[in-house]
Design a protein around this ligand. Structure first.
Ligand code: GLN
Length: 484
């Protein structure tokens, strides 16, 4: 059962080969055994999970099941879920039980999926290793001395260790794709505006996007069918017709034009990563694709641009955490200002504080034009590069991450080194494009390597097709960490 695809699980549930309660219990038992070692989940709530499973079984019996009805799915702890502790990886929200559901959570509830638990993450989604979580670092199931990536590291670790059938993540600068790559799973960040941000705790609102993480492109397509869609409660949600993301999975790739940006293949990429990516491109040629050399000349500026814009938005978004209405409040304080100061000083971790300070600085009078406005202008140039590139190709490919999973603590005291983990992913968020990562081999130390596939706006169905055809021809995506 643990190796079954979502489609197979759905079929087994509908055929009554297993009940949702049994399937949920199977995962809960596995989590009880493995989560203490991996720390992939912050919150489990077996009572709610099993009650949802029971309701799903009733629906299955009544014949009103949808494809995900009864399937246990984990949720990143950035999504508000009614009656669940929702911490966003922070001490600031250590006692916050959400009174409402995020749009994404309601979508899964309506589909009859079982919420299996809330997964660990970097604090407020700031990080690339899951080491900034107030709830402790997550371990990579392929090697527990190594990081799972971040910020959706708990989700990536849980999917790779078979602690859920599939799960959600969010991606502001790479947080779905980079952990997917480091844990050897598949992950998709949709076009900005495709999945509602309502009830998803905000980091950098113009970049944040929810997406699915799972064991195959086919599973991601089924997850997208539940997650995508217009929601009037998010002002940047896009009003479009619903799509069936599985519709193109089986199309042949003959004639597909793959753009390889020369900037991605210059210095910076580990030689083990390069080898796996080259082999993947060779496989695509066998599948009928042609290669086009392209250039994204401004992509080298994406990390500095992101580290002006994302902290600017974060400093504004995080001003709501003041110890007044919910969340952490310092136990002792003088007047109101002192209460704000102490609550924020004690409630936020070091990386979050660093971002608030940078963001406040770049937005301040006198520096706003020099940093914030300039970064916005370069953001447009970065997006324009992609518009130009897509005149010559259908999808863009390259590495997801410059290296495989690094050791816990290895980049802890060097924020800039950590920021460079997202050098290949950030431009995609700045442009609002969809991007995904699929496993394409193993590098040094036998750690997984991820191939990044970047699509044009709203081209998710094609990207899933491109990934699925590769997964039919190879078996990297079905490898599982051994000895857990
Ligand atoms: N690692 C990047 C950061 O720290 C991206 C995080 C994300 O996508 N949420 O901001």
């Amino acid at each position: 059962m643990l190796e079954s695809s979502l489609q197979q699980l759905g079929a087994a549930l509908r055929a009554k080969k297993i009940s949702s309660v049994e399937l949920t219990q199977l995962y809960l038992d596995r989590m009880a055994r493995l989560n203490p070692r991996l720390n992939a989940y912050i919150t489990l709530n077996p009572e709610i999970s099993l009650a949802q499973a029971k309701a799903a079984d009733a629906r299955l019996a009544a014949g009103t099941a949808e494809p995900l009805t009864g399937i246990p799915v984990a949720q990143k702890d950035i999504f508000c879920a009614k009656d669940w502790l929702t911490t966003c990886g922070s001490k600031m929200l250590h006692n916050f039980v959400s009174p409402y559901d995020a749009h994404i959570i309601s979508q899964f509830n309506n589909a009859g999926a079982v919420n299996l638990g809330k997964t660990n993450m970097d604090e407020f989604a700031m990080g690339s290793s899951n080491e900034t979580s107030h709830y402790g670092p997550v371990k990579n199931p392929w090697d527990t001395q190594r990081v799972p990536g971040g910020s959706s590291g708990g989700t990536a670790s849980a999917v790779a260790a078979r602690l859920c059938a599939a799960a959600t993540g969010t991606d502001t600068g790479g947080s779905i794709r980079q952990p997917a790559a480091l844990c050897g799973i598949s992950g998709l960040k949709p076009t900005y505006g495709v999945c509602s941000r309502y009830g998803m705790i905000a980091f950098a609102s113009s970049l944040d996007q929810a997406g699915p993480m799972g064991r195959s492109a086919e599973d991601l397509a089924l997850m997208m069918n539940v997650m995508a869609g217009f929601d009037e409660r998010d002002s940047t949600s896009l009003q479009r017709d619903n799509e069936d993301y599985t519709r193109d999975l089986n199309k042949p790739l003959t004639g597909l034009r793959i753009g390889l940006p020369k900037e991605f293949f210059a210095e910076g990429m580990g030689s083990d990563v390069a080898k796996a990516i080259e082999a993947a491109i060779a496989e695509y040629k066998k599948l009928g694709a042609t290669i086009v050399d392209i250039s994204l000349p401004n992509s080298k500026l994406s990390v500095p641009v992101y580290y002006v814009l994302a902290p600017a938005e974060a400093s504004s978004n995080l001003s709501r955490f003041d110890g007044v209405r919910y969340g952490y409040r310092a136990p002792e304080y003088g007047d109101l200002a002192d209460m704000y100061e102490k609550s924020r000083a004690q409630g936020f971790g070091a990386e979050v504080k660093r971002r608030i300070m940078i963001g406040t600085y770049v937005l301040s009078h006198g520096y706003y034009d020099a940093y914030y406005i300039k970064a916005q202008k370069i953001r447009r140039l970065i997006a324009q590069d992609f518009v130009e590139a897509y005149k010559h190709c259908d999808v863009i490919m390259g590495p997801t991450s410059p290296s495989t999973a690094f050791k816990l603590g290895e980049k802890g005291d060097d924020p800039v080194q950590m920021y460079l983990s997202d050098i290949y992913t950030i431009a995609v968020n700045l442009a609002g494009l969809p991007g995904m990562s699929i496993p394409c081999g193993f590098g040094d130390n036998n750690m997984p390597v991820g191939l990044q596939i970047i699509g044009n706006y709203f081209d998710e169905a094609r990207m899933l097709n491109v990934a699925h055809q590769y997964q039919l021809a190879t078996d990297w995506h079905s490898r599982a960490p051994q000895g857990l």
